[in-house]
Design a protein around this ligand. Structure first.
Ligand SMILES: *[C@@H]1O[C@H](CO)[C@@H](O)[C@H](O)[C@H]1NC(C)=O
Ligand SMILES: *[C@@H]1O[C@H](CO)[C@@H](O)[C@H](O)[C@H]1NC(C)=O
Ligand SMILES: *[C@@H]1O[C@H](CO)[C@@H](O)[C@H](O)[C@H]1NC(C)=O
Ligand SMILES: *[C@@H]1O[C@H](CO)[C@@H](O)[C@H](O)[C@H]1NC(C)=O
Ligand SMILES: *[C@@H]1O[C@H](CO)[C@@H](O)[C@H](O)[C@H]1NC(C)=O
Length: 470
C-alpha cells in the first residue's frame, strides 16, 4: 500500500523562530487520524468540515497538553486532517485556498472573513494562537489557474498537499507544497520538488530509522510527525537533534502519541565548513569525514579492519552471489557464513565490504549491494550497501522484512560510493535504533563502524542518494 503519512520539518536555523533562550521545547504529535470510511465518494463541504473538525479537536487537545509542558513549536503529520485514499474529485470539498504569506500577511483567527472557505485555516490559526506556539500542519489546498499556464490541469485548478506554518500569534508565515515519493492521485505535483513522505518499509527506510540518520548526517534538528495507523504500517515519529534523539515507534498501541523534548537552538550553520554552533556546543564535520563518539579502542579495531581489507582485495571469489529484491530493487547478495570474517559484493561501480564478528549464528544474514535507478513509487538513483537479516532460513527471503534478531554483531561496513549524500542506518531487534560509532571517508570509501550493541541486529545500511544521476 502506498500511503504517505510522515511530515517532517528541518530546523536549520531556529534562531529565526525563537530567540533569547538557549534551548526550547518542541513537540510532535503522532496522530491516529479519524478516517473517512468512503474516501472515494465526494462529500459535501459541510460533511468534509465535520470530518476534519473531529481531527482538529484532537490537535487542539494536543496543543493544550504540549503548552502545559512548555512547547514552543508543534508538528502534525501529513494528511492528518482527513486521512487517505481520496481521488482528485473526492478530496475537493476538503481543500481551502491558502493565500501566499510572502504576498499577504494574514491571521485567520483574527480575520476569519478575509478569505472564504477557510474554516480549517481559522481553527488551526486559533489553536496556534491560544497555545502560543508555532504550529505546522498539513492540509489540502486549491488554487485556480489560468489556461495560459501550461501546467494548469484541465479542470482549471491545482490541488496541492501543503504544509502551513503558523506563528505563535496565529499568522500564516510560510507554506510549501509537498511532493511525495508515493503517488497520490488526489494531488498535483508541485513544480518545486520537496520529497517528504515515505511509509515504513523495513528493512531499509523505516521512518524512525531514516529520520535519525538524516539528523545525524546533516547535524540539524529534525521534528518528524507520522500518522499512527499500525494496521497500515504507519508509525515512527521523533525529535532528533545532533546530540540526542527522542523517538517513538509502536505497532501495538492504537492511540496517538505526543512527544515533547528540548531542542538546542542552532545559532550558526556554516555549510562550507560543515560547522554547527548550537546552544549546547559546537560540532564540526570536516568535509567528507564525520566522527561521532570516537574511542581509541574503536580506532584500533579500524586499523585491524584496514589490514583485513587488504587481505580482502588480494583474495578472490569470496562466497557465491545471488540476487534478491529488496524494496523493489534487485540487490546482489552474498551470505554471511561464519562467526567472523570479511565479505565483499559489488553492483555496477559500487563495491560493498563487511568485516564482522558475531556472538553466535542463529540467524541468516546477507550483505547486499545495489547501484542503480530505483523506479517504483518515484524515480531516484541509489547506491546502497546493506547488511540484512533474512526473515527466514532460506536465501530467497533475504531482502524481506525481519523485525526480530538475536545475533549480536560487531561490524565495519564500507563501500566506494560515488555520492556524498549517504545516510547511515542501524536497526536492532524490535525496530530499535542505534547510532554508528564512527562514520568516515577514508581513501574514497565511506565507512561505518559499530560494536558493543546489546541487542540482535536487523539491518545496518549505508544508503546513498546520487542526485545527479536521477
Ligand atoms: C486504502 O486503500 C487500501 C488499498 O487500496 C486499502 O487496503 C485500505 O484499507 C484503504 N484505507 C482506507 C482508510 O480507506
Ligand atoms: C465570500 O462569498 C460570498 C458569497 O458567495 C461573497 O458575497 C463574498 O464577496 C465573498 N468574500 C470574499 C472575500 O471573497
Ligand atoms: C565558513 O567556513 C569557511 C571554511 O572554513 C570559512 O572560510 C568561512 O569564514 C566560514 N564562514 C563563517 C560565516 O563563519
Ligand atoms: C536481477 O539481476 C540479475 C543479474 O542481472 C538477473 O539475472 C535477475 O533476473 C534479476 N532479477 C530480477 C527479479 O529482476
Ligand atoms: C569500486 O571498486 C571496484 C572494485 O575495486 C571498482 O571496480 C570500481 O570501479 C570502484 N568504483 C568507483 C566509483 O571507484
Amino acid at each position: 500500500m502506498e500511503i504517505p503519512s510522515l511530515n517532517w520539518l528541518l530546523l536549520a536555523c531556529q534562531c529565526m523562530l525563537v530567540s533569547g533562550i538557549d534551548v526550547y521545547t518542541a513537540a510532535v504529535y503522532e496522530h491516529r487520524s479519524i478516517l473517512n470510511p468512503s474516501p472515494k465518494i465526494r462529500p459535501t463541504r459541510q460533511s468534509a468540515l465535520k470530518h476534519m473538525k473531529e481531527n482538529l479537536n484532537i490537535y487542539q487537545l494536543q496543543v493544550y497538553e504540549a503548552s502545559k509542558q512548555g512547547a514552543k513549536i508543534i508538528v502534525f503529520p501529513e494528511n492528518g486532517l482527513y486521512g487517505f485514499n481520496f481521488t482528485r474529485d473526492s478530496i475537493f470539498p476538503y481543500l481551502e485556498p491558502i493565500p501566499d504569506p510572502t504576498v499577504v500577511k494574514w491571521n485567520p483567527c483574527l480575520h476569519p472573513k478575509a478569505v472564504n472557505d477557510t474554516e480549517v485555516l481559522y481553527q488551526l490559526s486559533c489553536i496556534a494562537r491560544y497555545g502560543k506556539m508555532y504550529l505546522i500542519a498539513n492540509m489540502g489546498e486549491r488554487q485556480s489557474c489560468k489556461r495560459s499556464d501550461p501546467w494548469c490541469p484541465s479542470d482549471g485548478r491545482y490541488q496541492f498537499n501543503t504544509d502551513v506554518i503558523f506563528d505563535a500569534e496565529g499568522s500564516i508565515i510560510a507554506k510549501y507544497h509537498k511532493q511525495n515519493l508515493y503517488f497520490e492521485e488526489a494531488f498535483n505535483t508541485p513544480k518545486i520538488v520537496f520529497p517528504t513522505a515515505w511509509m515504513n518499509q523495513l528493512p531499509l527506510l523505516s521512518a524512525v530509522e531514516f529520520q535519525q540518520a538524516f539528523a545525524t548526517a546533516f547535524g540539524i534538528n529534525l521534528l518528524a510527525a507520522n500518522q499512527h495507523h499500525p494496521e497500515y504500517k504507519m508509525t515512527g515519529s521523533g525529535i532528533y537533534t545532533p546530540f540526542a534523539s527522542h523517538d517513538y515507534y509502536n505497532m501495538e498501541s492504537h492511540e496517538g502519541k505526543l512527544l515533547v523534548a528540548e531542542v538546542p537552538i542552532i545559532t550558526h550553520y556554516n555549510v562550507s565548513s560543515l560547522e554547527l554552533k548550537t546552544s549546547q556546543g559546537t560540532l564540526k564535520f570536516p568535509e567528507r569525514h564525520i566522527h561521532i563518539e570516537p574511542s581509541t579502542q574503536l580506532q584500533r579495531w579500524s586499523v585491524q579492519m584496514d589490514q583485513s581489507q587488504q587481505f580482502l582485495h588480494a583474495a578472490d571469489g569470496l562466497g557465491d552471489i545471488f540476487y534478491s529484491l529488496m524494496m523493489y530493487d534487485n540487490y546482489t547478495f552474498v551470505l554471511m557464513t561464519d562467526l567472523e570474517g570479511d565479505l565483499q559484493v559489488c553492483s555496477n561501480t559500487l563495491c560493498c565490504h563487511l568485516a564482522y564478528q558475531r556472538s553466535h549464528a542463529s540467524g541468516l544474514y546477507a550483505l547486499g549491494a545495489f547501484d542503480g535507478l530505483h523506479t517504483v513509487h518515484g524515480v531516484y538513483y541509489l547506491q546502497v550497501c546493506a547488511l540484512v537479516k533474512c526473515p527466514r532460513s532460506s536465501i530467497d527471503t533475504c531482502g524481506q522484512s525481519a523485525t526480530t534478531a538475536s545475533d549480536i554483531i560487531d561490524f565495519q561496513l564500507w563501500g566506494n560510493f560515488s555520492t556524498h549524500h549517504i545516510y547511515s542506518e542501524i536497526l536492532a531487534t524490535e525496530v530499535k535504533l542505534y547510532r554508528a560509532d564512527t562514520l568516515e571517508w577514508v581513501n574514497n570509501n565511506f565507512y561505518m563502524t559499530k560494536q558493543g550493541m546489546t541487542e540482535g541486529l536487523i539491518t545496518a545500511a549505508l544508503y546513498g542518494r546520487w542526485y545527479k544521476k536521477d
